[in-house]
Design a protein around this ligand. Structure first.
Ligand SMILES: Cc1cc2nc3c(=O)[nH]c(=O)nc-3n(C[C@H](O)[C@H](O)[C@H](O)COP(=O)(O)OP(=O)(O)OC[C@H]3O[C@@H](n4cnc5c(N)ncnc54)[C@H](O)[C@@H]3O)c2cc1C
Length: 307
């Protein structure tokens, strides 16, 4: 059934490429009616503005985003995030909209026999159970990290999300602030993401993406971050850091950004800013290790950018 054939009152879950949804259908975690999203012209591909900005259709695949040379030149952090995400097979199918709206990877959420907050249950079983891959910034009742790599990168770029019902949602408005344990995003039940807009990049900015992974769990990263910076005359003129895998929503690392603003781009300043990356962290008993990973990823990103 296509979206246009549904009435707005019918409950249903959108299906784009189904790489996330199919697994939940198979396990019985998702059981309601499906609404297949069609690749309408305004929902696929990249549409460049005269000012160098770009609009990415929500049905555009992650592989297309990863492979586009113009996008990589203008928005290297977006391209690198897409290149580092999942596997070639998944990237080939997965869509940008589906990536942003994918559901939690928490093993309790994915288990059809376990109730959890995300499924209307009374509490978060991961909090008192196995939360080895969960948050290190404990912001709300659910302790699963947000799974979207693209959301973290888009946060670093101040992207705006267009839906069929609202325009210009920030990533924060799309995903919430992490305090609502009952949902992975703030989309309305029948609200479809149509496109994502990236403002034109800054002059001479550089950007990179890095992830820390577990060798035994090489799927979603333990920690990931996207950094943008403008270094002029050896000084950080602009720094933007956004990280995923650490909180119920992707986070801006504002203290680390502030620590570098206007400072010399040297190893000592970068090391001290990386220490600030964990400002406000509140790890769970099993997730303290993520703080060291985060500091390391941020330091590596900034050192490479400043080279
Ligand atoms: C082995 C493996 C590793 C992975 N690693 C990563 C990783 O490192 N980082 C990462 O980010 N992801 C990772 N993924 C997840 C993958 O990126 C997502 O499954 C994929 O992006 C979902 O896109 P889709 O088009 O298949 O969405 P679907 O499965 O079709 O949909 C996913 C959800 O989004 C909703 N949805 C889809 N499109 C829209 C829309 N336009 N508007 C509103 N709602 C919509 C659907 O209703 C559904 O709830 C991994 C997946 C696998 C299998």
């Amino acid at each position: 059934m296509t979206a246009s054939a549904m009435t707005s009152t019918q409950p249903g879950e959108f299906r784009a490429a189904g790489t996330d949804l199919s697994e939940r259908r198979r396990s019985g975690v998702s059981t309601g009616p499906l609404i297949d999203i069609a690749a309408a012209p305004d929902m696929i591909g990249m549409h460049w503005g005269a000012d160098g900005s770009v609009r990415l259709g929500a049905f555009t695949t992650i592989a297309a985003i990863a492979a586009d040379a113009r996008l990589a030149a203008a928005y290297p952090g977006i391209a690198a995030s897409a290149q580092g995400l999942a596997t070639p097979q998944v990237r080939h199918l997965a869509t940008l909209g589906g990536n942003l709206a994918q559901r939690s990877r928490c093993w309790y959420f994915r288990n059809p026999h376990i109730a959890c907050l995300r499924k209307g249950g009374p509490d978060c079983p991961a909090r008192s159970g196995n939360h080895l891959y969960h948050v290190a910034f404990d912001l709300g009742p659910c302790v699963a990290p947000h799974p979207s790599t693209m959301a973290a990168a888009l946060l670093a770029y101040d992207a705006k999300v267009m839906t069929d019902q609202r325009s210009s949602l920030t990533i924060g408005e799309l995903l919430g602030d992490g305090r609502n344990g009952g949902s992975d995003n703030a989309l309305l039940p029948d609200e479809m993401i149509k496109s994502v807009e990236l403002p034109s990049p800054l002059q001479a900015e550089r950007a990179l993406y890095k992830r820390a992974i577990s060798r035994t769990h090489a799927e979603w990263p333990l920690v990931e971050a996207c950094a943008r910076a403008v270094v002029k005359d050896g000084t950080f003129q602009f720094v933007r850091l956004a990280a995923g895998g650490i909180a119920p929503v992707p986070l801006r690392l504002a203290a680390a950004e502030a620590a570098l603003q206007g400072k010399d781009a040297n190893a000592a300043n970068i090391a001290s800013a990386a220490e600030q990356a964990t400002a406000g962290a509140k790890p769970l008993p099993m997730t303290g290790y993520k703080l060291d990973l985060l500091k390391g990823v941020v330091r590596d990103l900034l050192e490479e950018i400043a080279e």
